[in-house]
Each structure stands twice: as C-alpha cells, then as structure tokens.
Design a protein around this ligand. Structure first.
Ligand code: SAM
Ligand code: SF4
Length: 326
C-alpha cells in the first residue's frame, strides 16, 4: 500500500526511470535535430545511486518500475542495474521501454536479470520510412523483437506513435504484424513534448480516426488488460490480439495518473507535461539519510500538478522527451 498520495487523492505506485537521456536513434518527434545538450557523465546517477533511490521509493509503496530513456540499452551497466532492482523486495513489476536496436544481443540476459515485460517502439514496417522517422535500422529492431520472444519475455508490446503524414496508412499492417507474431499493440497520439514534439504537432491524429480506419477491416470487442495503465484496450474478434489506445491528447487520463518520473540526473518530475520537480542528486550527494530523502519525496508528491496542459497550452515547451522518459 503506497504512502504516496497526492492532494488530488491519486496514489503514486509507479515510477518511470530514465536511465540515460542518450539514444542511438533520433526519432524526429522525440529528440530535436542537432540536439547536443545531453547530460554530462558526472551528473548522471551511478548504479548505486539509482538502486538506493528506487529502494526508498519502494519502501514508500511504489511497486512498479519501468526502465526507459533515452535508450536504456545504450547504458553499459543496464543488465546489472536490472538485476539489482529486481532483487528489491517491494518491486512486483519491472519492465522496460526500448527501441530494440540492441535487443538481439541483450534479450536473454535481460530476461535472466529479471525483466518481466517490454514495450518496443515501432512506427513503421517499411525500412525506408522507418529510417526516415527514427534514423534507425528496421532489420535490427525486428531481430531484437524475435530474440525477445525467443527468450520468453512476455508480453511484448509494440508502441506505434501514429502520425497523419508518416504512418497512418500502416495501422492495418501493424495489426497484421502483431497478430502474426503474438505481440500486443498500442497506438499512441503524438504529444507536443519538448522542441521535437512541438515540431511534430502537424502530424497529430486523434486515435478515434485510427479506430474508424481499422473498423473497416477488423471487428473489435472490449477486453481487459493487466497493468493497462492509461491505455484503453480492444480485442480483435476471433484473434488473441489486444490493441491499446493511448490518448493523452484527445482524452487525457490525468485524473487517474499514478506515476512520477526520475531522470538520469536524479530529477524527480511530477508530471510529463509540467516543470514541477525535485532535484534529488544534490540531496543524495550532500549525504542526506534515508529518512530525510523519504521526507523530501513525500513533500514533493504534495506538489504533483493536477494535469498536463498539452491542449490548453500546446506551445508550452517542456523538456526533451528522452530526458523525462516517455
Ligand atoms: N527509447 C525507448 C523507446 O523508444 O521505446 C524508450 C524511451 S521513448 C522516449 C518512450 C516512448 O515515448 C516511445 O514509445 C516513443 O515513441 C514515445 N514518444 C517520444 N516522443 C513522443 C512524442 N512527442 N509524442 C508521443 N510519444 C512520444
Ligand atoms: Fe530514442 Fe526512444 Fe526517443 Fe526514439 S523515442 S529518439 S528511440 S528515446
């Protein structure tokens, strides 16, 4: 039972940990072109610092951790970090978001270290288009996905950011791909987060439109999904495939928000779309005790904003997505 309850009565049980803001891809909606302002290594938390902070969060009642970034697999000590976090008694759900470019080599070790489930970003099944969106290599991503399935990681969820001018015509192909391989599929609306997200505003398409397009080919029925979070799920009739719709823009889910985000610099962000935060690195390095750090966390949760303002203030530029951890 979490001790972390904000002034709006929301229970904070989930922490997203951005273990690095660096990435081997450059998705145009996530990291701005030419961006160089990545965190210096001395400002990045060490493995021991991450483990200590996550232990404190877990003692306060956070039991779900998602490792994200940036790209978590570019961090050389990622397997050790996961192994250490999975040993913490309070953590019941340890998952990862990855672009899968390096997953082929890591999948078996990640599974052994204790990763329960993964989400993989995949915006296109066409190599040229995939490269133009991400600057990455589709073949490596598919190899990573298959290696993860082979290693027994389950479920594997595909995250597709749907963009009118980029991949709206591929939503049906992605459904077929996920049916074929036994993956879960989640569509995501483009958010105006950071300068890159601002530039992608023209690409926004409401997921209502995606559902309408898919209904011409597939019949859906409502279904439940364990750990669904903000996604609303439908099942394709006659198939095992479940499809989640994540609609931060057209139907925001702030009133049931149960999460906070910790950056690789040790900044606790209380909302993806707001600036409210607690700088934890200086507190850690000043030598605060566990009790003092927990008091700081409890106080910070009292400042969790009620909601993001992506619709009412769409031009408000907050951090680069890879820093906060999407
Ligand atoms: N590198 C990993 C990956 O791509 O899955 C983890 C970090 S990435 C920031 C996490 C998720 O955020 C991805 O699914 C990505 O598509 C999503 N994302 C990044 N920028 C976004 C934006 N402007 N709007 C919507 N989703 C975004
Ligand atoms: Fe990298 Fe993920 Fe951002 Fe793409 S969405 S640039 S893969 S952090």
């Amino acid at each position: 039972m979490t001790e972390l309850i904000d002034p709006f009565g929301r229970k904070v049980e989930y922490l997203r940990l951005s273990v690095t803001d660096r990435c081997d891809f450059r998705c145009f909606y996530c990291i701005p072109k030419g961006f160089k302002d990545f965190t210096d290594s001395e400002n990045r938390l060490s493995l021991e610092e991450f483990v200590r902070l996550i232990r404190l969060f877990s003692e306060l009642g956070v039991d779900k951790i998602r490792i994200t970034g940036g790209e978590p697999l570019v961090r050389p000590d990622i397997t050790q970090l996961i192994a250490r976090l999975s040993e913490l008694p309070g953590i019941s759900d340890l998952s990862m978001s990855t672009n899968a470019s390096q997953l082929e080599a890591h999948a078996a070790n990640l599974k052994q270290a204790g990763i329960g489930r993964i989400n993989v970003s995949l915006d296109s099944l066409q190599p040229d288009r995939f490269h133009s969106i991400t600057q990455g290599n589709l073949e490596q991503v598919i190899a990573g996905l298959l290696a993860a399935r082979e290693a027994g990681i389950h479920p594997i969820k595909i995250n597709m950011v749907v963009m009118r001018d980029q991949n709206l015509d591929e939503v049906g192909d992605m459904v077929d791909f996920c049916i074929e391989h036994g993956f879960t599929l989640r569509f995501i609306e483009t958010m105006p987060v950071g300068a890159a997200g601002q530039n992608a505003k023209e690409s926004y398409v409401s997921l209502d439109e995606v559902r309408t397009i898919l209904s011409r080919r597939f019949e859906f029925e409502p279904c439940k999904m364990k750990g669904a979070g903000p996604a609303k799920y439908l099942r394709v009739k006659g198939e095992r495939l479940k499809i989640g719709f994540i609609t931060p823009m057209s139907q925001h889910f702030c009133d049931s928000c149960n999460r906070v985000r910790l950056s690789c610099e040790g900044t606790l962000y209380l909302c993806l779309g707001q600036q409210d935060k607690l700088e934890m690195r200086p507190l850690l390095r000043q030598g605060l005790s566990d009790l003092e750090l927990k008091a700081e966390i409890r106080n910070a949760i009292q400042r969790k904003p009620e909601k993001h303002e992506f619709n009412t203030s769409p031009d408000q530029v907050v951090r680069v997505m890879s820093m906060t951890g999407g």
